[in-house]
Design a protein around this ligand. Structure first.
Ligand SMILES: NC(=O)c1ccc[n+]([C@@H]2O[C@H](COP(=O)([O-])OP(=O)(O)OC[C@H]3O[C@@H](n4cnc5c(N)ncnc54)[C@H](OP(=O)(O)O)[C@@H]3O)[C@@H](O)[C@H]2O)c1
Length: 281
């Protein structure tokens, strides 16, 4: 998909199905690059464009989009993943149980059906890179939209212990409460202390998007030999990953989460023509 000889975007014409990605800000989004390359490579007449939409305008934008007949659907990212769940007419799978979504398909009658693929994308990305999750002790930084989905996917993959640390502790506790309903047998807790004998540390906060951001964790708290995974994909290597690499940790970039889930998003939005093999929902 990243081969420079490949077409990067389909020829846009009157039959092109349009997908928009709603973000605020939108300058960091990389999903269109991957989605459009996939559509072009598979000869799908579809295009993804970024729209910068402020949180207070999300409801009215979604309402208007109901009337756009060639809209296949919307993908959403920070900060819309929780709000979009409330704006969908129906939620499927983990989106329904956790009330968070990153994609909504527009049906012919203008209804939106939401799903959440961040978790499946994260777990598939780890698997593709040969990182085993089952039985691991994991510290998850962040409990927002991406963190919620990643936490669920980590428990699905059978991690041995999941500790969630979030700036707003109540949000981490609330997430643990919701996850307990879905994974009653799993060992999980909200924590304040980032120190521990972690096999894997995952950053799912938005810290690292901007050069001036503080690190989401003091690198001295990273056990030597652990794997440090990012959800942030812009910059490609965040300050946290750099610090972790310098400490001798294995690093796992945020880009793997999007490349692994882009095929699932395309299939959900565009139907069986975009069907893929190898990743389960
Ligand atoms: N690679 C991919 O495919 C992929 C997919 C999805 C998302 N992402 C990335 O994941 C990141 C988070 O997205 P999201 O949708 O989960 O956003 P979100 O729902 O707004 O959650 C943001 C999270 O970051 C924390 N946070 C924000 N500012 C902080 C600060 N100054 N100090 C400490 N914690 C802070 C928040 O903590 P509080 O609860 O305390 O506010 C919350 O846990 C974004 O950078 C997004 O681009 C990547």
């Amino acid at each position: 998909m990243t081969n420079s000889n490949m077409p990067r975007i389909c020829e846009v014409n009157g039959k092109t199905r349009v997908v928009v990605i709603l973000a605020y800000p939108a300058t960091h989004v990389r999903t269109p690059t991957f989605f459009n390359a996939l559509a072009a490579a598979r000869d799908l007449n579809a295009v993804l464009v970024p729209w910068q939409v402020a949180p207070e305008q999300l409801a009215s934008v979604m309402d208007s989009l109901r009337h756009v007949e060639n809209l296949a659907g919307v993908i959403v990212t920070i900060p819309h993943k929780q709000s979009i769940a409330g704006l969908c007419d129906e939620l499927e799978g983990i989106a329904a149980s956790l009330q968070v979504a990153n994609v909504a398909r527009r049906m012919a009658d203008g209804r939106f059906i939401g799903r959440m693929y961040d978790g499946a994308g994260f777990a598939a990305g780890m698997k593709r890179e040969g990182i085993e999750l089952a039985g691991c002790s994991v510290l998850l930084l962040g409990a927002g939209g991406a963190g919620t989905a990643v936490a669920d996917a980590l428990l699905d993959a059978g991690v041995g212990r999941l500790a969630i640390l979030n700036r707003n502790r109540e949000r981490a506790e609330e997430l643990v409460r919701r996850l307990r309903d879905i994974h009653p047998q799993s060992k999980m807790e909200a924590v304040d202390d980032p120190r521990g004998n972690w096999d894997i540390v995952v950053n799912s906060t938005s810290l690292g998007l901007h050069a001036e951001d503080p690190l989401p964790i003091d690198p001295d708290c990273l056990p030597r030999g652990c794997t440090v995974a990012e959800v942030i994909m812009q910059p490609d290597e965040t300050a946290l990953l750099r610090a972790a690499r310098e400490r001798g940790c294995r690093i796992h970039k945020g880009v793997h989460m999007v490349t692994a889930q882009i095929e699932l998003l395309a299939e959900f939005l565009l139907g069986s023509e975009a069907k893929t093999e190898g990743i389960s929902h």
